[in-house]
Design a protein around this ligand. Structure first.
Ligand code: AHR
Length: 503
């Protein structure tokens, strides 16, 4: 029997402007993200710098406005000086995070050029694990300053006359994690992040900084970490980070689709903590959220752990190459909907990662690049989810899963692009058994018609894409009925739809 869902879309029910940086992503020096991912001299599509044009084309298709770089865990042992200047003088290094060999053939000189070609900007992380404030300042000067001083001079000597103008800087990575080299307690880290951010902002007044929050919602220190770090750093930083990865280890799809209820709890708790510290400090400033690592990640983990243990110090090995299936794509759609529902506070989000490593884009060395299943929800939401996020006033049934009660059948949000006179509705039917008769009351959007109706639907939750065959991709539907200002359609079980209306 079909379930029912009714949504009211009203342009006055505003959540907030969507910051385009929520469609960010991440390239870490890890596995084949850089080498044979974005960079493969000798590949038939490689440009004069060795960047794969086929990959750049796919990145541009996703329309990713910001890319976090160069890590991740990698950054906590990153010596940026080794990765710049004449290539024949660069020093290879051992990366401790992933136990691999880093040739340093690509560094910020090259990545800044790749970013331009991919039509994106860089979100740069500094090493606050094994290094500290002065190295962060040197890197900032190298990247952003036009002064006659040591590191700006060095950049020019390396052939880059113009500064890179990097506006967003991460104060380390996952510093709450015991696995992090240079891991610190919350007070130590908060103090270091505050002092580093203060010094960096004195050097370049135009930058914004992100302080590390928790590595995931299950960290034992979650909550106190944010409160103590922000107590130290509140006045000096702009965003607090959140990271979260999901997996369907128990092969329980219904419960897998409920992970965004945990995400809601995570977001809500961090927002509350930021505002608690704001209150305690009698501050006028609001700290917003940078969800700078999120995705499904579990398929490759066991093999990777064995390989890192038994086969260390390889150059660009196959690591974290999760092959995504249909249900993973639905979970990514749910996460994007959740970020839009919190558009007033989530200002940055990075799909981790972008190429080969837990990524929407895969490549074969010497071969093609192709789209994983998770490419498509990101593509659709990034394309149409720009403008003002509107409050999803939604009534629908719910169901229980093995670990979650009251899981709403439908999760939805809409985004109104006033300039384009375009309204996008994004909806997932999380009910894996029943279709949902979906109605949207589009009051105030008279004269709009359905311009695009894309659906990700399928019965095989484990269907994957390969370089030769795209089994999972959106289909175009034409059966949405718009009558008297009410849009009606049916959401198939376990499906994601994007409905775009235009004037
Ligand atoms: O994205 C892969 C890894 O996940 C990152 O290096 C780290 O920050 C996180 O634990």
């Amino acid at each position: 029997m079909a379930q029912k869902a009714r949504m009211t879309v009203d342009r006055d029910f505003r959540i907030g402007e969507v910051d385009k940086r929520i469609y960010g992503s991440f390239i870490e020096h890890l596995g084949r993200a850089v080498y044979t991912g974005i960079y493969e001299p000798g590949h038939k599509t490689a440009d004069e710098l060795g960047f794969r044009q086929d990959v750049i084309d796919l990145v541009r298709e996703l329309n990713v406005p910001i890319v976090r770089y160069p890590g991740g865990n990698y950054v906590s042992n990153f010596y940026w000086e080794d990765s710049v200047g004449p290539k024949d003088q660069r020093k290879p290094r051992l990366d401790l995070a992933w136990r691999t060999y880093e040739p340093n053939a690509v560094g910020i000189n090259e990545f800044s050029k790749w970013a331009k070609k991919a039509d994106t900007s860089i979100m740069m992380a500094v090493n606050l694990g094994t290094r500290g404030t002065s190295d962060a300042l040197n890197l900032l000067e190298y990247c952003n300053l036009d002064t006659k001083s040591e590191y700006a001079d060095l950049r020019r000597a390396h052939g880059d006359k113009d500064p890179y103008g990097i506006k967003l800087w991460c104060m380390g990575n996952e510093m709450d994690g015991p696995w992090q080299f240079g891991h610190k307690n919350a007070r130590e880290y908060g103090h270091l992040a505050a002092e580093t951010s203060k010094a960096m902002k004195t050097m370049d007044r135009s930058i914004e900084t992100v302080v590390c929050g928790s590595s995931n919602v299950d960290m034992p220190t979650f909550g106190t970490w944010e409160a103590q770090v922000l107590d130290e750093a509140y006045d000096y930083v702009d965003y607090v980070s959140l990271h979260q990865y999901w997996g369907n280890r128990a092969n329980d799809t219904a419960d897998f689709f409920a992970v965004t209820d945990d995400l809601e709890y995570f977001l809500h708790s961090v927002i509350a903590t930021c505002d608690y510290v704001k209150g305690v400090k009698h501050s006028k400033k609001t700290i917003n959220l940078s969800f700078d690592e999120w995705n499904v990640w579990y398929h490759s983990m066991q093999q990777d752990n064995e390989d890192m243990e038994n086969l260390p110090w390889r150059s660009h090995p196959h690591l974290l190459e999760d092959i995504y299936n249909y249900e993973d794509a639905i979970v990514d759609a749910l996460a994007l909907i959740k970020f839009l529902q919190h558009a007033d506070r989530v200002k940055v989000a990075c799909l981790a990662q972008l190429v080969n490593v837990i990524a929407p884009i895969m490549t074969e060395e010497g071969g093609p690049a192709w789209r994983q299943t998770i490419f498509y929800p990101f593509y659709l939401v990034s394309k149409y989810g720009r403008g003002t996020a509107l409050q999803p006033v939604l009534s629908c049934g719910d169901h229980a899963t093995s670990k979650h009660d009251h899981v709403t059948d439908v999760e939805a949000v809409s985004v109104w692009n006033e300039e384009k006179e375009q309204l996008a509705i994004f909806a997932v039917n999380r009910n894996t058994e029943e279709p949902v008769e979906f109605e949207a009351d589009l009051r105030g959007f008279e004269g709009y018609h359905v311009a695009e109706f894309a659906a990700l639907e399928g019965d095989d939750m484990k269907a994957v894409n390969t370089k030769d065959c795209e089994r999972v991709k959106p289909i175009r539907r034409t059966d949405a009925v718009l009558d008297g200002g009410v849009l009606k359609t049916v959401l198939k079980p376990a499906s994601f739809v994007t409905i775009v209306l235009e004037k």
